[in-house]
Design a protein around this ligand. Structure first.
Ligand SMILES: *Cc1c(COP(=O)(O)O)cnc(C)c1O
Length: 710
C-alpha cells in the first residue's frame, strides 16, 4: 500500500529501538550501577519489541482490509526471515550444545513455534502468531472487542511474567501456569503478548488520537513513570519471573506511538531493513566480539567494561548490517519491474495531471464547498485504486461511487473519508452500509421506508428529482422528504439533485437548469422553515461546475472533469480551466503487412485495398476499450505523430490500421489510441467518432489492461 509512506518518526524510531534491544542483551550499565542497568534494560528497552509489533499492526491490521492477501504476505515474509535466521544461528547453536539437549524433538518444536531457537529469535514466531490472532480478532469482532480480548490475553500473560509472584502462591493458578510453561518457556509470546500491540497499532492507524502533541507527551511521560514505578516495585518484591510485561506498558506504547506519528517527512526505507538486520544479527556480533577479544587479549578493555562492550556491539552491528544491505542491493536477484514496453497495450495514468485538475477545480469552488470525487466504474476506467488513493493523499475527503461494491472496495484500499453510493443498493445490504460507514442515496420514499425497516442505522443522502426524472424524490413532494428525515434508522446527512442539461449553453437548456436549481433551493427553504436542520447539499457535477460556478453548496461531484476531458469535442463551457487529460491508452505495432490492390483484410473482408497498401496490426481491441464502432475508418489512431485510420473491423483483441500514407512505420512503434486533447485522438474525439461521449468510452476501458503511472 502506498499509504505507509512518510512516517519519518516511526522509521527513525525503528533504528533507536533496535539499538535499545541490543542493550537488553549486553547490559551497558552492568559494570556501573545495578538499578540503572535494570531501568535501562528491563524497563526502557522493553518498549522495543512492542513498538515493532505496533508498527506491523499499524500497516497490517485495519478493519477495512477484508482479503487475507496482506496477512499471508506478512506471514510469508516473516517466515522466510525466520528460516534464514535459524540457519544463520546453527553454528552458534552447535557451539552451545543445543543439538544434544534432552527430548530434542518436542523441545525444538516448542522453540520453533514459541521461544525461538536462539533467545532473541522468539520475536519472529511471535510476530507470525500475533499478526494472525490480531487479524482474525479484528475481522471477526471489530476493534473494540478485539482489543478487549487481546487485553485479557495480555493480562493472562502478565501473571506468567512480571506478576508471576502472585499466581505462584495460589495453587490452582500455579498449576495453570505450569501447564503453559510446559509448552512455552515464557508468556511473552505470540499468544499473550503480541496480539494487543498489533491491534493497538491497527487501531491507531484507523483512529488517530485527537490529542495534541503536548497531551500525548504528557500521557507518555505519566505512563512511563508509572511503568517505572511498577517495575521497581515488582522487582523489589521479587515478583518477577520475567520482565517483559507491565500494565503501564500499554498506555505508554499508545502515547509513544501517537507521538511518533507527529513526525512526518522523508521516507526512510533503508532504515526499516537496517533495524531488522540489526535485530537479527547483533547476538552474532556479541559472539564474534567475545571471540576476537579473547584472541587479542583485550577482554579487559571490551568485555569487562559493559558500556564499551555495548558500544562495540552497536557499532559492529550497524556496520555489518549496512554492508550486508549494500551488498544485497547490489547483487539481489533481478526483479522485473512492470515495463510498459513489454505490454501489448496499457493504460498510462498521469497523476500530475490528476493533481492539476483537482487544484483548478477546487479553485473555482466557493470556500465552504468541497470536491466530491466521483470514482465510479473503476474511476472512469482509470483504475479506482491508483486514482482514489492519490486523491486521498491530495486531501480529497469525499468520494462517490455508483455501487456499494465499489464503495466497499474503496474502504479496502484504505480510503477514510465520506463515500456516497449514487445508485441503488439492495436494502438487504444495509448491514454492509453500516459496517463500512457508507452513505446511501435515497432514491424514493418507498425505498427509504424499506431501508428504514431493516432496523439498521445507516447514513443517507436524499436525492431530489428536480427535472431529470430518473431517481430521486420529487422536489415538490416536501411531505415525502420530511418523512425520510423522521425515519428512525436513517440519518439524513445530505441532500442533492442532478442537473440533466448543464452541459448545454442553449438558452432553453439554461432556463431549464436554472429552474432545476431554484426548485432544489425552494425545497430546502420549505424544509428549513418547517424546522428541519438542513444537512450537506450538492447539485453540480462536472458541467454544473464549469457552467454554473459558485452555487451555494457543500459539495460538487466532479467526474469527467477530474479526469481532464470534456464529454464531447468542442463543448463550450462558461469557464475554461485548462484541464489536462489523465489517461492515455497505448499499444504498439506488432507487424506490418503489404496488401496488393483488391486484397482484403479482417473479418467480413470489411477492408479492401483500393490501391497497393500497407497495414499495421495493433494488439488492442474492443475488449481493451477500443469501440468496435470505430471500424472501417470511422476512427483513427496516432502513430509517428500522424493519424492512421482503422482498417476493417476492430476485433476483440486487435485492430489494423492503414499506414500507406505514413512513412517508416515499423514493428515496435508506439501507437496512441487515446491520448492528448486535440491530437485527433483525445478521449472526447475518439468517443465522438464512435458516436458516444468520453464518459462512456473511458468507463468501458478493458479491465485486463495493466495500468502504469507516469
Ligand atoms: C456520474 C455522476 C456524476 C459525475 O458526473 P460527471 O458529469 O462525470 O462529472 C455526478 N453525479 C451523479 C449523480 C452521477 O451519477
Amino acid at each position: 500500500m502506498r499509504r505507509n509512506k512518510n512516517y519519518t518518526g516511526i522509521d527513525f524510531a525503528r533504528f533507536v529501538f533496535a539499538l535499545l534491544i541490543i542493550a537488553i542483551h549486553t547490559s551497558p550499565l552492568a559494570s556501573f550501577n545495578e538499578t540503572g542497568d535494570f531501568i535501562l534494560t528491563r524497563v526502557i528497552a522493553r518498549t522495543g519489541v512492542p513498538f515493532f509489533f505496533m508498527v506491523s499492526g499499524f500497516f497490517l491490521v485495519t478493519e477495512y482490509t477484508c482479503g487475507n492477501g496482506r496477512l499471508a504476505g506478512f506471514i510469508k515474509k516473516t517466515a522466510i526471515i525466520y528460516i534464514v535466521a535459524i540457519l544463520i544461528y546453527i553454528p552458534v547453536n552447535i557451539y552451545n550444545g543445543y543439538f544434544s539437549m534432552d527430548n530434542f524433538l518436542p523441545n525444538i518444536i516448542k522453540d520453533i513455534i514459541f521461544d525461538g531457537t536462539l533467545y532473541h529469535l522468539w520475536y519472529l514466531p511471535a510476530s507470525i502468531t500475533g499478526a494472525a490472532i490480531a487479524w482474525y480478532l479484528v475481522k471477526k469482532q471489530g476493534f473494540a472487542k478485539a482489543l478487549i480480548i487481546s487485553v485479557i490475553l495480555y493480562i493472562t500473560g502478565l501473571f506468567g511474567d512480571s506478576y508471576y509472584g502472585i499466581p505462584e502462591n495460589i495453587p490452582a493458578l500455579k498449576s495453570f501456569y505450569s501447564q503453559i510453561f510446559l509448552i512455552t518457556d515464557y508468556t511473552r509470546n505470540g499468544i499473550f503478548f503480541a496480539p494487543v500491540f498489533f491491534i493497538l497499532g491497527g487501531y491507531i492507524s484507523e483512529n488517530r488520537s485527537q490529542l495534541s502533541f503536548g497531551k500525548n507527551l504528557c500521557g507518555f511521560m505519566a505512563s512511563f513513570l508509572l511503568m517505572l514505578t511498577e517495575a521497581l516495585i515488582l522487582h523489589g518484591f521479587k515478583l518477577q519471573r520475567h520482565d517483559s510485561m507491565y500494565i503501564f506498558l500499554l498506555p505508554c506504547m499508545y502515547f509513544l506511538f501517537n507521538l511518533l506519528l507527529f513526525f512526518k517527512g522523508k521516507r526512510l526505507v533503508n532504515i526499516r531493513t537496517l533495524s531488522l538486520v540489526i535485530y537479527i544479527i547483533h547476538p552474532m556480533m556479541i559472539v564474534i566480539i567475545r571471540m576476537c577479544s579473547k584472541l587479542l587479549h583485550i577482554q579487559k578493555i571490551i568485555i569487562e567494561n559493559s558500556l564499551a562492550c555495548y558500544s562495540v556491539t552497536c557499532l559492529s552491528s550497524v556496520i555489518f548490517s549496512i554492508s550486508a544491505i549494500a551488498l544485497w542491493n547490489r547483487y539481489k536477484p533481478f526483479k522485473t519491474k512492470h515495463n510498459p514496453e513489454k505490454d501489448r497495450a496499457y493504460i498510462e495514468i498521469n497523476l500530475d495531471n490528476l493533481g492539476h485538475n483537482v487544484k483548478v477545480l477546487q479553485k473555482i469552488l466557493p470556500e465552504k464547498c468541497k470536491l466530491m470525487a466521483v470514482v465510479k466504474a473503476e474511476a472512469y476506467g482509470h483504475g479506482s485504486f491508483g486514482i482514489s488513493t492519490h486523491l486521498a493523499r491530495m486531501g480529497v475527503k469525499a468520494f462517490a461511487t455508483a455501487t456499494i461494491d465499489e464503495a466497499v472496495r474503496l474502504r479496502e484500499y484504505g480510503i477514510k473519508g465520506e463515500i456516497l453510493v449514487l445508485g441503488h443498493t439492495d436494502i438487504r445490504r444495509a448491514y454492509e452500509l453500516k459496517k463500512y460507514n457508507i452513505i446511501q442515496t435515497i432514491t424514493d420514499l418507498n425505498y427509504a421506508e424499506a431501508l428504514n425497516k431493516q432496523g439498521i442505522y445507516v447514513k443517507a443522502h436524499i436525492k431530489a428529482d428536480t427535472g431529470m426524472h430518473r431517481i430521486g424524490i420529487d422536489a415538490s413532494d416536501t411531505e415525502a422528504v420530511k418523512k425520510v428525515f423522521n425515519m428512525e434508522n436513517i440519518e439524513v446527512c445530505g441532500m442533492y439533485t442532478h442537473l440533466c442539461c448543464a452541459d448545454s449553453l442553449e438558452p432553453e437548456d439554461i432556463l431549464y437548469t436554472r429552474e432545476q436549481i431554484s426548485s432544489f433551493y425552494g425545497l430546502i427553504d420549505t424544509l428549513e422553515k418547517s424546522g428541519i436542520k438542513i444537512p450537506k447539499l450538492h447539485i453540480q457535477s462536472s458541467y454544473g461546475m464549469l457552467n454554473y460556478p459558485g452555487l451555494d453548496a457543500d459539495y460538487a461531484r466532479a467526474g469527467i472533469a477530474l479526469y481532464g476531458v470534456l464529454s464531447s469535442p468542442g463543448d463550450k463551457t462558461v469557464i475554461d480551466l485548462g484541464l489536462k487529460p489523465v489517461l492515455c491508452l497505448k499499444s504498439k505495432v506488432i507487424l506490418v503487412k503489404q496488401l496488393k490492390k483488391g486484397e482484403s483484410a479482417g473479418y467480413g473482408r470489411a477492408f479492401t485495398a483500393e490501391r497497393d497498401s500497407r497495414i499495421a496490426i495493433v494488439p488492442a481491441g474492443y475488449a481493451d476499450g477500443v469501440p468496435r464502432s470505430l471500424s472501417c475508418g470511422r476512427g483513427s489512431v496516432l502513430v509517428k505523430g500522424m493519424l492512421a485510420p482503422v482498417a476493417g473491423r476492430v476485433c476483440m483483441d486487435q485492430l489494423a490500421i492503414d499506414i500507406t500514407d505514413i512513412e517508416g512505420v515499423n514493428t515496435g512503434d508506439m501507437v496512441t489510441i487515446i491520448g492528448a486533447e486535440n491530437s485527433g485522438a483525445g478521449a472526447a474525439e475518439v468517443a465522438s467518432c464512435s458516436g458516444s461521449i468520453s464518459n462512456e468510452l473511458l468507463s468501458r476501458m478493458g479491465t485486463r489492461l495493466p495500468v502504469v503511472f507516469s
